[in-house]
Ligand binder design. Structure first.
Ligand code: GRF
Length: 203
């Protein structure tokens, strides 16, 4: 299966997916990485892996819609079966999301439905949570609300700061994302009626 990854920055989750795909038994291959920011570090990393790295600079387009059309044009060319959002920090329009319904997934650094949006680590601490976590979910029109594919939890330790928590969670993200992607690629999870990720019994 063909995978495209959309990033905006560092791209460490992207790297985790690329690394997983290097295992010949992994059921997918990363065909392109697209960033809305031309200086995203992840683009350099992708190039080092000899993966097509495409910058679609949002500043070069008049508005959100024009930029999205340009991203779409790249995707039409790459023809991915699955799109992975990995730290892609730009909202996608309902049209875009619908076009890839059931074929676009995202990683979010919280145990959804808790803490959608930004600053999840600080908010988990402020709420007095004793655990924190990350979620891979299908992308739907409502941000951070799509059907959950997989989650991982980590303990919140005394003395944790938003930064220490983010660092520790990131390691869990790097394990979770390839795992969740594999579930989707092998159809062990799928989106039904736009609402639920259903686990099929292994044969
Ligand atoms: C990750 O924490 C991810 O959960 C969130 O944005 C961050 C991206 O980091 N959506 P990276 O670019 O994958 O290193």
């Amino acid at each position: 299966k063909r995978i495209a990854i959309l990033i905006s920055g560092r791209g460490s989750n992207m790297s985790a997916i690329i690394a997983a795909c290097m295992d010949p038994s992994f059921p997918g291959e990363v065909k392109a990485v697209i960033s809305n920011r031309p200086n995203a570090k992840g683009l350099e990393t992708a190039k080092r892996y000899e993966i097509e790295a495409i910058a679609v600079d949002q500043k070069a387009y008049a508005d959100r819609q024009a930029h999205e059309q340009a991203v779409l044009a790249e995707l039409d060319r790459v023809k991915p079966d699955i799109i992975c959002l990995a730290g892609y920090m730009r909202l996608l329009s309902a049209d875009f999301v619908r076009r890839f319904e059931g074929r676009m997934i995202n990683i979010h650094p919280s145990l959804l439905p808790l803490f959608p949006g930004l600053d999840t680590h600080a908010r988990a601490l402020a709420a007095g949570m004793r655990i924190h976590g990350c979620t891979v979910h299908y992308v739907t029109e409502r941000m951070d609300e799509g059907p959950i594919i997989a989650q991982a939890a980590i303990p919140i330790e005394p003395g944790d700061t938003a930064d220490s928590l983010a660092d520790r969670l990131l390691r869990a993200e790097h394990r979770l994302y390839p795992h969740a992607l594999r579930l989707v690629l092998t159809a062990q999870v799928r989106m039904v009626n736009g609402t639920a990720a259903v686990l099929r019994n292994p044969e």
